[in-house]
Design a binder for this molecule. Structure first.
Ligand SMILES: Nc1nc2c(ncn2[C@@H]2O[C@H](COP(=O)(O)OP(=O)(O)OP(=O)(O)O)[C@@H](O)[C@H]2O)c(=O)[nH]1
Ligand SMILES: [Mg+2]
Length: 331
């Protein structure tokens, strides 16, 4: 392999070391990553990206492992990104994931990467989405992205997936919890894992009912699939449901659906960077503080600040009309 070649050039040649290195660059927010990703961009979009999310311990890694085995039997190559939650619930999941998925790692048709969250939500979302892009560009047929679905930050990660599989299991953290966390809203496929355990039937029925009640207007009817990844039961049906969702999206406009997700990615990235630039060092914090000292109202300060910002986007003279910044001005 040509040592002088760029990482993206080496990746295109099938160099797995380059693949691993590029994901590390994404993880470390290395400034060189953007250029490499831009070079790879024309190659991105061929893989089917499957996001697997759900509460801690629901069996996501076990399902991913079994899904990867079945996909390999079907001669599909598989790239896997597992986001380690570093959660207080499960601790040490990184090592656990590695061990459980280990039998896959000797197969050149599989690439597994664990990423640690280290508490940086937005950064991790972007890095794991970028890892999916890199695996896609490398040429994997399927990219599986495992994340723990517990909060808003994970939704960014889901913007990177074509099909979102939400894995639940009976017992603690079951359907009510899932509804609270908004997990049902993001699901394209719902899985009741640990179907071998008591309470699985009830959870399944609850979810079928919940999806009927909530999603009457949606074109895609979210299937609820029973599985027991631990005993290799039902994972074929999960993959079948994913394929049906894929067929549905392809028939109803995949490009538009993917563009909508990319738009959300841009929106999240810009919001985050803007918040940081405004309120971090060199931002407006001190100016706002001194205006408050001078007696200005928070509403007036916010309205003035927004007008200034929006003038850059819409041109001078644009009015700031946020719902709560310009209303009820106080003296
Ligand atoms: N009874 C039963 N146990 C299962 C099944 N699938 C997974 N498990 C067990 O559930 C535990 C958690 O499985 P994981 O696959 O690590 O779950 P996870 O959702 O990836 O967990 P985190 O990544 O830590 O959030 C392990 O002890 C598995 O062996 C199943 O179908 N039935
Ligand atoms: Mg896991």
């Amino acid at each position: 392999m040509n040592a002088a070649a760029s990482l993206s050039e080496r990746l295109v040649q099938g160099d797995r070391a380059a693949l691993a290195r590029l994901i590390t660059w994404a993880e470390n927010a290395d400034p060189r990553f953007a250029r490499e990703l831009a070079a790879l961009w024309p190659r991105i979009g061929r893989a089917w990206r499957i996001g697997i999310t759900g509460p801690p311990g629901a069996g996501k890694s076990t399902l991913v492992n079994e899904a990867a085995r079945l996909l390999r039997k079907d001669s599909k190559t598989v790239g896997i990104v597992a986001v380690d939650p570093s959660s207080p619930f499960t601790g040490g999941a990184l090592l656990g994931d590695r061990i459980r998925m280990d039998e896959r790692t000797l197969d050149p048709g599989v690439f597994i990467r664990s990423m640690a969250s280290r508490g940086s939500h937005g950064g991790l979302s972007r890095a794991s989405a970028s890892a999916c892009d890199v695996l896609d560009a490398f040429g994997f047929d399927r990219v599986l992205l495992e994340t723990v679905g517990v909060g808003q930050a994970e939704y960014d990660v889901l913007d990177a997936a074509d099909t979102v599989v939400v894995v639940l299991c009976p017992g603690a953290g079951d359907s009510i919890q899932a509804m609270k966390a908004g997990l049902l809203e993001v699901a394209d496929v719902l899985v009741v894992n640990k179907a071998d355990q008591p309470g699985a039937d009830r959870l399944l029925n609850d979810l079928v009912e919940a999806t009927h009640v909530r999603f009457t207007k949606r074109a895609w009817k979210v299937p609820v699939v029973a599985a027991s990844a631990g005993t290799q039961f039902g994972v074929d049906a999960v993959l079948e449901a994913v394929e049906q969702h894929r067929a549905h999206l392809e028939a109803s406009g995949l490009d538009a659906a993917r563009r909508a997700k990319r738009l959300e990615q841009v929106r999240h990235a810009v919001s985050e960077a803007l918040t940081e630039a405004l309120w971090g060092p060199g931002g407006v914090r001190e100016r706002v503080a001194s205006e408050l000292v001078a007696g200005a109202s928070p509403h007036a300060i916010a309205a003035a600040l927004l007008s200034e910002l929006l003038a850059c986007v819409r041109g001078p003279g644009a009015q700031a009309t946020p719902s709560n910044a310009s209303q009820n001005p106080r003296p």
